[in-house]
Unconditional design. Sequence first.
Length: 192
Amino acid sequence: MLAYIVLLLAVISRLLPPAMHAVGWNFTALGGGLLFFGSRMNAGGSNAFTRTTAAKLVSAVAILMATDYFLTVHFYQYPFEPRMYLITWVWYALTCMLGLGLLQKVTVVRVAAGTLASATSFFLLSNAAVWAAGTMYPRTLAGLGASLVAGIPFYRNDLVSTALTASVLFGLPVLAAKFVENTHAAHNDTLA
C-alpha cells in the first residue's frame, strides 16, 4: 500500500508544476518513487519475478502512462503519440526492476547507485530518443552532443530530486528503526 502512495506522490509531483503554470525542469519524485515502488513489488522480499510482481509492475507503468497522456493532452495541449513515449515507458519498468533487484536490502551505496543509474539512464535514453526521432537536432554526432548538452539542466535537477526522494524514502525507515532501537536500549539500561 505504501508503495502505491509513493507512486501517487510521484504522479502529483509531475502534475503540480504545469497545473500551477510553473516550470518543473524535471524536479520530481518520479525516479526515487519508482526505485521505492520497485523495491516493494515483492512482498516476500525475494528478487523472484512472480505474477504478483508483474501485476504491480504493469499497474505502475499503466498509472504513469495515463499521467503522460493527461499531461500531454490537457496541460501541454499536444496530440498524444504513444510511439514517442515508448522509451519512457520502458524506462519506468526498468527503474522499478532496478529497485526490485538492488534496493530490497538498503545501504547507502545501493541507494546512491540506484539514484545515479536511474537519473543517468533517463537522461541518456530520453535525449538520445529526442535526437533520433525528432527534428530538433541534426542526426549527426554533433546533433547528439547538442541534444545531450541541452538536457544537462534537466539531468541535474532529476539527479538532485531523485537523490532527495530516495534518501527520504529509504533513509527515514532506517533512522526510525535506529531511534527505536536506541530508545529501547536506553530504557533497558535505566531498568537494569
